[in-house]
Design a protein around this ligand. Structure first.
Ligand code: FES
Length: 213
C-alpha cells in the first residue's frame, strides 16, 4: 500500500513527460521502495514507512515521527511523509570525511540554489547539533525519481572509481553525495530537498520545526 503511494507521488512530478518516462519511473521507484539492503559490508537498509499518523492524517501532510536512536551508524532508513520517501541516514566518520573530499565535483556545495531549512544550510546539510544524521527527501530534483542509495565508499559502477558514497538516480543518471548534494554535469541541477524537522528526545519529527530550539 505504502509503496504504491510513493510511486504515485513520483508520477505526479512527470505530467509533462512521455508515457515511456512515466512507466520507467514507476518501475524504478518500485525497486527503490522495496530496496532491502546495500552491498558489501554495509548495514541493512530497511524501508520503514510512517508509523504513527492515520492514513487520513498522512494525506493531509501531518508530521511523522521516528525514533532515530534505533538507527545504527552507517545505516539508513526511509519514512514516508506527504507521500514522499524521507531518508534518515546516520553517517559514519568516514562518510562525513568523504563529504569534504568531493566538494570540487559538486554543483551547489553550500546549497545556495537548493531547498532546505536555514538550520540545514551547511556542508553537511544537517542540524549542527547532530551533524551525522542526514534528513532528506529522497526525490531526484531532475524529474522526481527516487535515487538508489550507494552507501559504500569505494569504486562503484555508477558513482565512479573514487566514490565517497552517495545516491544514484537510474532514470537519467544524476548523482548526489551523502548529503544529497548534486554532482556537476548531470541532469539534476539542485540538491535533494531537506524537509523541516525537529528533535524531541530520541524522536525526530519530520514536517514540523515549530518551536525548534
Ligand atoms: S529523474 Fe532524471 S536523473 Fe533523476
Amino acid at each position: 500500500m505504502a509503496d504504491n503511494h510513493v510511486s504515485d507521488e513520483s508520477v505526479q512530478h512527470s505530467d509533462e513527460n512521455s508515457v515511456e518516462d512515466i512507466k520507467r519511473r514507476r518501475f524504478i521507484t518500485g525497486i527503490t521502495a522495496g530496496f532491502g539492503a546495500v552491498g558489501g559490508a554495509m548495514a541493512v537498509t530497511p524501508f520503514v514507512m510512517s508509523m504513527s499518523p492515520s492514513e487520513r492524517a498522512k494525506n493531509a501532510g501531518a508530521p511523522v515521527q521516528y525514533d532515530y536512536s534505533k538507527i545504527q551508524e552507517g545505516q539508513m532508513v526511509k519514512v514516508e511523509w506527504r507521500g514522499k520517501p524521507v531518508v534518515l541516514l546516520k553517517r559514519t566518520p568516514e562518510m562525513m570525511q568523504g563529504l569534504k573530499e568531493i566538494e570540487g565535483s559538486l554543483a551547489d556545495v553550500m546549497s545556495d540554489q537548493s531547498i532546505q531549512p536555514e538550520y540545514a544550510k551547511n556542508e553537511d546539510r544537517s542540524d549542527p547539533a547532530k551533524p551525522e544524521l542526514l534528513v532528506m527527501e529522497g526525490v531526484c530534483t531532475h524529474l522526481g525519481c527516487s535515487p538508489v542509495e550507494k552507501l559504500a565508499i569505494g569504486p562503484d559502477p555508477q558513482m565512479g572509481d573514487d566514490s565517497q558514497g552517495g545516491f544514484f538516480c537510474p532514470c537519467h543518471g544524476s548523482k548526489f553525495d551523502l548529503a544529497g548534494r548534486v554532482y556537476k554535469n548531470v541532469p539534476a541541477t539542485t540538491n535533494m530537498p531537506v524537509p523541516p524537522f525537529k528533535f524531541e528526545g530520541n524522536v525526530i519529527v519530520i514536517g514540523d520545526d515549530v518551536g525548534r530550539a
